[in-house]
Design a protein around this ligand. Structure first.
Ligand SMILES: N=CN[C@@H](CCC(=O)O)C(=O)O
Ligand SMILES: [Zn+2]
Length: 412
C-alpha cells in the first residue's frame, strides 16, 4: 500500500480494544462521519470504523469498539461509501467526436453511424498508443471513485481488431464485453459480417472476454440478428447483456429478458410490457435482468432520461453507469451520473448510490464480491471530501473524491 500522509502506526492512536494482536498489514479507518454500507440492511452508520486486512474488509463497527490494527488512517470526519461499479463503458477508442457532438447540440439527431468514424481512428492507433489511452481513462475513473470497471470492444469490427481491443481491455479493467455486433462496418455485407461475428470473431476474442453484448436498435442489429449473436455467445460460455431501447421503442428489453441477460442498458423508451418483463425477471428466485440507466449519454444525445423511478417502483434492479465512449458520453464520472439521477430522475441519494454500486455489481454478477461494504468483501472504498454522501447531489460537479482504496490499496 502506498504510504499515506495521515496513516500512522496504531500505537500512536487510541482504540478501545487494542488487547488483541494486530494482523500484519491491517489498517483501521477511523474519522468516518457517515458510512454508507449498501449492505442488505441498507445501513448508514455514524461514528463507525472499518478494518481492512489485505484486500478484504475484516470488521465494521463502532469506532470505540474497533480491534487493534497495525496502522490507523484517520479521515478527519469524511463520508465513506463503496467504490463505484461502472458496468457499462467503451474505453477502447482513439480520437474524439466533438464536432459530431456540437452538431447534435445544434439540432442534429444521433445516429449509430458515428461508430464507423471511431472505428477508423481506432484502427490507426498501435497497441501501445491504444493501451495508453485506455489506461488514462481507467485512471480518470479511479480518480473519481470507481473501483470496478467493465469495458467493451466494438470499435474494431474485424476479427483481428476486435481480438486486439479485447486483449488490450483485459489488461486494463475488471470485466470485458465482446461487442462485435455494435455496427456493420461501413461497406461490409450485413449477412457476411454477422457470420464473422458469430464465428471467427467470437473465437478470437473468447480468451479475453466474459460477456457479450449487441446493439439491438434500428440502424444497428434487429431482433433476429441480435438473438443469433447472443445465443452463439451464450453457447461459447459468455454472459449476456444488450444495448436496448435507446433511440426508440424496440425489442431489446424483451430479448434481454427472454435470453436471461444480466443487464439491458439504455432503456430510454419503455412500454408497459417492457417494464413488466423486467420486473418479472426479478420476481422469482435468482438474479433477473438489471436495467442499466446511462444519464450522461441521455443528456449528450438529448434522449429522454431513462425512467429509473418507474423501474424501481416496479421492482426492477437498476444500475447507473457512465457509458464512457467518444460518441454519446465522453465521461467516466459516476458521481455526475449519481447527481443527475437525484436531481433529474427522481431517485433518492440512497437509491442512486445503490444503483451505482450494488446495481452495477449485480449487472456484472459480482455482487458477492464488490458493490457494498461488508465483512469479507473486497475493500473498495470511496472517501468524499464531505461529511455526508448527500453532498454528491447537493454540490453537483464539485470534485468531492478525497481518496479511493481498491482491494485494500490506495488507488487515488
Ligand atoms: N449505443 C451504442 N453504443 C454507444 C455509442 C457508440 C458511439 O456512438 O460511438 C452507446 O452505448 O451509446
Ligand atoms: Zn454502450
Amino acid at each position: 500500500m502506498n504510504p499515506l500522509p495521515n496513516t500512522v502506526p496504531a500505537r500512536t492512536q487510541s482504540t478501545a480494544d487494542s488487547t488483541a494482536a494486530a494482523r500484519p498489514g491491517s489498517m483501521l479507518i477511523t474519522g468516518i462521519s457517515e458510512l454508507t454500507t449498501q449492505d442488505a440492511e441498507h445501513r448508514v452508520l455514524h461514528g463507525a470504523a472499518v478494518l481492512v486486512e489485505g484486500d478484504r474488509i475484516a470488521w465494521i463497527g463502532p469506532a470505540e469498539q474497533a480491534p487493534a490494527a497495525e496502522a490507523v488512517h484517520d479521515l478527519g470526519g469524511r463520508a465513506v461509501l463503496p467504490g463505484w461499479v461502472d458496468s457499462h463503458t467503451h474505453l477502447v477508442f482513439a480520437g474524439d467526436r466533438g464536432a459530431e457532438f456540437e452538431a447534435r447540440m445544434a439540432g442534429e439527431a444521433y445516429s449509430a453511424g458515428g461508430i464507423g468514424v471511431t472505428m477508423e481512428t481506432t484502427r490507426g492507433a498501435d497497441d501501445a498508443a491504444l493501451a495508453a489511452l485506455v489506461a488514462s481513462r481507467v485512471q480518470d475513473a479511479v480518480d473519481g471513485g470507481t473501483t470496478f470497471l467493465e469495458t467493451k470492444t466494438g470499435y474494431g469490427l474485424s476479427v483481428e481488431e476486435e481480438a486486439r481491443h479485447a486483449r488490450i481491455a483485459a489488461e486494463a479493467v475488471d470485466a470485458v464485453t465482446f461487442l462485435g455486433a455494435h455496427l456493420v462496418p461501413p461497406g461490409a455485407d450485413a449477412a457476411e459480417y454477422l457470420d464473422q461475428v458469430r464465428g471467427p470473431m467470437l473465437e478470437a476474442v473468447r480468451p479475453h472476454v466474459q460477456w457479450a453484448d449487441v446493439f439491438c436498435e434500428r440502424g444497428a442489429f434487429d431482433a433476429e440478428a441480435s438473438r443469433r449473436v447472443l445465443q452463439d455467445c451464450a453457447a461459447a460460455g459468455l454472459g449476456l447483456r444488450v444495448h436496448g431501447n435507446q433511440l426508440g421503442p424496440g425489442p431489446g428489453v424483451r430479448l434481454a429478458v427472454e435470453l436471461g441477460a444480466a443487464s439491458v442498458d439504455h432503456v430510454n423508451h419503455l412500454d408497459d410490457a417492457d417494464v413488466e418483463a423486467l420486473a418479472g425477471s426479478w420476481a422469482g428466485e435468482g438474479a433477473g435482468t438489471v436495467a442499466t440507466c446511462l444519464p450522461a449519454c441521455d443528456l449528450s444525445t438529448r434522449q429522454p432520461l431513462a425512467p429509473a423511478r418507474r423501474l424501481l417502483d416496479a421492482g426492477v434492479e437498476v444500475a447507473l453507469a457512465s457509458n464512457c465512449n467518444p460518441g454519446t458520453s465522453y465521461t467516466t464520472s459516476m458521481s455526475f451520473c449519481v447527481s443527475t439521477a437525484v436531481l433529474q430522475m427522481g431517485l433518492s441519494l440512497h437509491e442512486a448510490v445503490r444503483a451505482a454500486t450494488v446495481g452495477g455489481a449485480r449487472a456484472l454478477r459480482v455482487d458477492d464480491e464488490v458493490g457494498s461494504l461488508e465483512v469479507g468483501k473486497r475493500a473498495d472504498l470511496h472517501v468524499l471530501d464531505a461529511p455526508a454522501a448527500i453532498h454528491l447531489a447537493y454540490r453537483p460537479g464539485m470534485p468531492l473524491t478525497h481518496a479511493v482504496w481498491r482491494a485494500g490499496r490506495r488507488a487515488a
